[in-house]
Design a protein around this ligand. Structure first.
Ligand code: ATP
Ligand code: MG
Length: 222
């Protein structure tokens, strides 16, 4: 599904090069459940941006769904992302003045579905994450756990092959975090979406089938 071979990513900052990834190799296969852990600044989010086709390596090879991102134009990257990847972030990133239903329907705009079909699909996805009763609520009218479930529904509505979650439980209390994780695992089991979760929480990481530890821009254990 995703192949990362000797990938480096450095940022240019005030004429100085900051090496965020210094030669990372890994594979995400269909249906995988992977946790990425490591200290702050070790390159976890940088790696997630690459896995999600939001960014390109400075060097090395990155294949997403069989396509070498180095050969893709920006619009081709956007299309690949919309068709293959779902993202969930620590701070939900929902549109504040938009209902749960319309937040979830938004990624379908790029699919050429009409408004009625988009809303029907969004409604079904909200039902799936247990939020059928919150369709007309706006983000500030929902709890943190509910907002994160809306974000998960938005990530899933396009039926991605890979769900990338960067600290998805970071802003939630323990109990709500466990519920969100239960939901992600259920989706992994039932629809086979590959799950890649960045976490600082070792209890969260322990639940994954594969654990990747990063340090200073390198994978130190697979
Ligand atoms: N846009 C940027 N410009 C310059 N340097 C950056 C940029 N983004 C990240 N970095 C640097 O790259 C390194 C890796 O950052 P990254 O965000 O991937 O870390 P992380 O493992 O996700 O950390 P955290 O656990 O705190 O989220 C850090 O040293 C960071 O300062
Ligand atoms: Mg990060």
């Amino acid at each position: 599904m995703i192949e990362v071979e000797q990938v480096e990513r450095s940022y240019q900052l005030d004429g100085v090069s900051v090496a965020a990834l210094r030669g990372v190799s890994l594979t995400i296969a269909a249906g995988d459940y992977v946790a990425i852990i490591g200290p702050s600044g070790s390159g976890k989010s940088t790696l997630m941006h690459l896995l999600g086709a939001l960014d390109r390596p400075t060097s090395g090879r990155l294949l997403i769904d069989g396509r070498d991102v180095a050969t893709l134009t920006a619009p081709e990257m956007a299309k690949l992302r919309n068709e293959t990847i779902g993202f969930v972030f620590q701070s939900f990133h929902l549109l504040p003045r938009t209902t749960a239903l319309d937040n979830v329907a938004l990624p379908l705009v790029y699919r050429g579905l009409n408004a009625r079909d988009r809303r029907a699909k969004a409604a079904a996805t909200l039902d799936r994450v247990g939020l059928g009763h919150r369709k007309s609520h706006r983000p500030n009218q929902m709890s943190g756990g509910e907002q994160q479930r809306v974000a998960i529904a938005r990530a899933l509505v396009t039926e991605p092959k890979v769900l990338l979650a960067d600290e998805p439980t970071g802003n939630l209390d323990t109990k709500t975090g466990v519920a969100v994780l239960d939901l992600l695992e259920e989706l992994n089991r039932e629809s086979g979406v590959a799950l890649v979760i960045v976490t600082h929480d070792l209890d969260v990481a322990a639940r994954a089938r594969t654990k990747i530890t990063m340090r200073d821009g390198l994978v130190v254990t697979g």
